[in-house]
Design a protein around this ligand. Structure first.
Ligand SMILES: Cc1ncc(COP(=O)(O)OP(=O)(O)O)c(N)n1
Ligand SMILES: Cc1nc(C(=O)O)sc1CCOP(=O)(O)O
Ligand SMILES: [Mg+2]
Length: 524
């Protein structure tokens, strides 16, 4: 039996709103586009469960939707259900198979790689991966795995025909994040989402189902469209693209919303102004939505994590508004709290660019090759930085920037190696944070170029740079590091105290010809 797992309803009579009959709600959900129904009765006696299953089967047959029974093999046999769903503490699959007719669909719950490995050995038909988000519908016995955790479990299914649905706290506000964020490095995607309360607890289950259906259909289309024509990058094109971004930034002065740390707020705002953009360092949750609707970009720098709620909100609104998000997980390797917070943020929204030093990026990738000490990276760095930066970009499904004596940028396919800068950058506080600010500014330029009139020199260049976060990241790194070289060479710079104002000056006075002549760029 070929099943469409895309919108998998799991019932829960205890959640029905007052006055909503079970069968009425189920039929509305089926009319709204539910494609699989699982009867989950955790508190019913056998006879009641049997009656519910029988009545549900009649409805599901009317809408030609398969019926799955949760936990209970006997009930499934009694109503000739299409399948059963078994958890890690339910009847083992190999025993269930001896009791069920051949061809019965069998699904199992998975929330760690060993579960998936066993499901493959047992040759199940699908797995339910959860819980992705927090939920009160079921008492969880394992930590929430988050959307990025789903992707790593999906990867284990590569090469099998086993389908996968995500479950746990999925609703219309996070369904797109769930679908987009749950893709594995290898590109393995979910086959659907399983939902209880977003539909069952609704007084309008048909529209609740339709809303989820709409997002699912939009998502499938997104994946089915012809993937972007592979970009051809050469050094001159990259440099000219960065110059084009410098023009757009000064022309459009995008709003760069920066939730950043108290140490660098002032210098980050001044660097933004120096580039020609408009900074706002707002942190109140009440203003996150309004700010997300103003063209520009968002920088989340969690050097001092005091506004986590605003960081989550701002990122979710920026995703909705399709605005670039640059994430700077400052000192992410320093404490478990920072690692957990970074994971929470990246589960909540999709970053466009993640930027960090080698120690921070190693921590995000759970690599021990490079150690972090506080906010600094210690040791010689990665033996193969190009491969590392490409892989973390693929894993996080965004552009990755790794700063250091050499700066590395990748979109998961190409790698750009940048060798500008000056060691005095290490003598001022927040030079890495300034890179994040410049990257966010150039990413805003790239996003605005898509709205800019076709005045750009060479439509081919505009087509490459338009909405291109790799170009934004390279531009931001180059602007800061080339300006740093110019500042360090000035006769009025005698140490870190005179270097910082000179750096802002050089950003302010950065000319295309300076960047074109100085930029040391390699495309790998
Ligand atoms: C699609 C889907 N995924 C997971 C579950 C959870 O099943 P289980 O772990 O057996 O827990 P209970 O649902 O029995 O409480 C599911 N039911 N459906
Ligand atoms: C039934 C179930 N199984 C889960 C798992 O993680 O295996 S979470 C869950 C409840 C999902 O309900 P809601 O959509 O209301 O959050
Ligand atoms: Mg169970």
């Amino acid at each position: 039996m070929t099943i469409d797992f895309s919108l998998y309803l799991v019932t829960g009579r205890e959640l029905l709103p007052p006055g909503k009959e079970y069968l009425e709600s189920l039929e509305e959900a089926l009319q709204g586009g539910v494609t699989v129904v699982q009867i989950r009765e955790k508190k019913s006696d056998t006879l009641e469960f049997l009656e519910i299953a029988r009545e549900s089967k009649i409805l599901c047959e009317k809408y030609k939707v398969p019926l799955i029974i949760n936990d209970r093999i006997d009930i499934a046999l009694a109503v000739q259900a299409d399948g059963v769903h078994l958890g890690q503490t339910d009847m083992p699959v190999h025993i269930a198979k001896t009791l069920l007719p051949a061809g019965t669909v069998i699904g199992v719950s998975c929330n760690d790689p060993d579960h998936v490995k066993k499901a493959i050995e047992d040759e199940v038909d699908y797995i339910g991966i959860g819980a992705v988000w927090g939920t009160t519908t079921k008492k969880l016995t394992s930590p929430v795995i988050g959307v990025r955790g789903v992707g790593s479990l999906l990867q284990a299914l590569d090469g099998t025909k086993i389908k996968a649905v995500a479950i746990g706290g999925i609703n219309s506000t996070n369904v797109l994040r769930t679908l987009h964020g749950s893709v594995s490095t290898s590109g393995h995607r979910l086959d659907g989402i399983a939902v209880v309360s977003d539909i069952v607890a609704s007084s309008a289950p048909r529209s609740a189902a339709k809303s989820l259906r709409y997002s699912l259909d939009a998502w499938v289309h997104h994946f089915n469209v012809q993937s972007r024509v592979p970009q051809i990058y050469d050094v001159e094109t990259i440099k000219n693209g960065v110059v084009e971004l410098m023009r757009v930034i000064r022309d459009k002065s995008p709003l760069i919303h920066q939730i950043t740390n108290v140490v660098v707020t002032n210098q980050s705002a001044n660097a933004t102004l120096a580039l020609g953009a408009s900074p706002i360092m707002a942190t109140a949750p009440e203003e996150m939505h309004d700010l997300s609707r103003i063209p520009g970009s968002l920088l989340i720098n969690f050097g001092t994590i005091t506004d986590k709620g605003s960081m989550i909100l701002a990122g979710q609104y920026a995703n909705e508004a399709q605005k670039p998000i640059v994430f700077d997980p400052v000192g992410v390797g320093a404490t478990q709290f920072r690692k957990t917070t970074a994971s929470e943020l990246l589960n909540a929204w999709q970053a466009s660019v993640i930027k960090g030093n080698a120690g921070e990026m190693a921590s995000l990738a759970n690599s021990n090759e490079v150690q972090a000490k506080g906010v600094d990276s210690v040791g010689p760095g990665f033996a193969d930085s190009a491969t590392f930066i490409r892989e973390i970009a693929k894993k996080e499904r965004c552009v990755a920037v790794m700063t250091g004596p050499t700066d590395w940028v990748s979109d998961g396919t190409i790698v750009v190696k940048l060798e500008n800068g000056h060691k005095i950058l290490g003598d001022i506080t927040g030079s890495g944070c300034l890179v994040g600010t410049c990257v966010a500014t150039f990413c805003a330029g790239a996003s605005l170029l898509s709205a800019a009139p076709e005045t750009s020199p060479g439509p081919e260049l505009a087509k490459l740079v338009r909405g291109n976060m790799l170009m934004g990241a390279v531009g931001g790194v180059l602007a800061l590091t080339v300006a740093a070289e110019c500042a360090a060479e000035r006769s009025d710079v005698h140490g870190s105290g005179t270097f910082l104002p000179a750096l802002i000056d050089e950003l302010y006075n950065l000319k295309p010809e300076t960047l074109l002549s100085r930029a040391k760029v390699q495309v790998l």
